[in-house]
Ligand binder design. Structure first.
Ligand code: SAM
Length: 419
């Protein structure tokens, strides 16, 4: 059953608060994405394919009666905004060419008809005619392979593509699609919606088996195992944590951000996962969250290993909501305090010298912190004489502002003796 109805001549569907949150993130991320890429020297042209795999009709109506853009318009507006920002902020020798092709997929014909009329209305008729915007009717999983090939054909070497997979529910994006994306396109990124609560709230062995069959996520449980698991007061935590680990380990993305959204009025939480093959992409997404903390919250702990306890929507016995981590200034300072305590213990456990690069790459998936935040915490620990930072000659470095990837981190001897 579709929860959204777009029919030309009738008002568009009402926008849901969580859709606005997703759209804000998408807009902010795309702008940050382009600004990061153009900051690279000699970059005059960015060739990118964006696939909006569950695109919808492109327009909503807000509670106050205003029109609100859906994801295709959010993407197109973000490209325009980024182009303007680049032109005004940077003194470039040549104007930047953002060569983006947008492929919109939806299984509903009336929805796509609506989107086509809307785009023509908003002056995108020429882009449609030139194939810069393509509308594809059908299920995402049926068109996934063709869109991957299209993105590859357009950008053979870098394979730049962003897949916005805003599925309704949790079972319409099979793992083989994600694996194909990452195997074929070295710079692909996926922003995936996953309604974790819809799965957990009605969990039984039939649901779970159906979910596993549809997605290809393995980790099966029998009815007896599910019953046994549900006896534990923390079963939601365990299940979220294990599903998260199954998904991230089986989709073959190297880097991921585990951010969660809690819609108002108790519609259940969903994950908004960002999956990528490059630490920089992950870092830009984490930075976007910190830069726009008013739009977003995710719940988890500060510092590293934020998943050690998992994340839950309800503490089962008392039915209370878990506290949030909101990317605010307070959260940033708690993150630094937590990392100041954690890093010496981690360096003690690692036991050997380790470069900043290796240290960061080992931990990036377990923290809401950005590379810059980890770097400044390490520099602070060095000023506090808790760790040493060594240059390539093996001598203590005087780095105070930035660390180089090959700077070596070592726990101070005195601190080592305290453990
Ligand atoms: C939540 S709405 C779209 C939201 C849109 N991404 C936005 O943010 O404005 C979900 C859309 O997915 C479409 N849909 C559902 N299952 C699909 C599938 N397997 N493949 C492609 N589209 C699908 C529905 O017709 C509906 O228009």
């Amino acid at each position: 059953m579709s929860h959204y109805a777009w029919k030309w001549g009738s008002p568009p569907p009402p926008v849901k608060r969580h859709s606005e949150v997703k759209h804000a993130l998408l807009r902010n991320y795309l702008i940050d994405y382009f600004l990061t890429l153009v900051a690279m020297p000699h970059q005059d042209r960015i060739k990118l394919t964006i696939v909006d795999g569950f695109c919808g009709g492109g327009l909503y109506i807000s509670e106050s009666g205003h029109e609100v853009p859906g994801s295709p318009l959010v993407i197109l507006n973000a490209i325009r905004e980024a182009t303007l920002l680049i032109e005004t902020r940077q003194e470039r020798r040549k104007p930047i060419d953002l060569d983006v092709e947008l492929i919109c997929i939806d299984k509903s014909k009336t929805t796509l008809d609506y989107l086509e009329r809307l785009l023509k209305d908003r002056n995108y008729g020429a882009a449609l005619a030139a194939g810069k915007i393509q509308l594809v009717k059908g299920q995402f999983d049926q068109h996934c392979a063709a869109t991957i090939q299209r993105a590859k054909g357009r950008s053979r070497i870098s394979g730049r593509a962003i897949f916005v997979l805003d599925q309704y529910g949790y079972s319409r994006v099979p793992m083989h699609c994600l694996r194909d994306i990452f195997a074929t396109l070295p710079h692909a990124e996926v922003i995936l919606t996953f309604y974790i609560d819809a799965l957990i709230s009605y969990l039984n062995e039939v649901n779970l088996a159906g979910f596993e069959q549809a997605t290809g996520i393995r980790g099966g449980m029998t009815a007896a195992e599910i019953d046994e698991m549900k006896k534990s007061p923390k079963w939601r935590v365990h299940l979220q944590s294990s599903l998260y680990q199954s998904l991230t380990s089986q989709c073959s993305a190297k880097f991921y951000t585990p951010f969660f959204v809690r819609p108002q009025r108790g519609h259940g939480d969903f994950w908004l996962l960002h999956l990528s093959q490059h630490w920089k992409a992950r870092d830009v997404m984490a930075t976007t969250h910190w830069n726009h903390s008013n739009h977003f919250s995710h719940y988890g702990r500060a510092g590293f290993h934020m998943f050690s306890t998992g994340y839950i929507t309800k503490i089962d016995s008392k039915d209370q909501l878990q506290g949030g981590f909101d990317f605010s200034e307070v959260a940033a300072s708690v993150s630094q305090d937590t990392m100041l305590e954690q890093i010496p213990v981690m360096l003690f456990d690692i036991a050997e010298d380790i470069s900043f690069e290796q240290f960061f790459l080992q931990l990036i998936n377990t923290t809401p912190a950005t590379r810059m935040m980890v770097e400044s915490t390490l520099l602070k620990l060095s000023q506090l004489n808790e760790i040493q930072v060594l240059g390539e000659d093996g001598d203590e470095s005087r780095a105070r502002v930035h660390l180089k990837p090959d700077h070596v981190l070592r726990l101070n001897r005195q601190i080592r003796l305290m453990f």
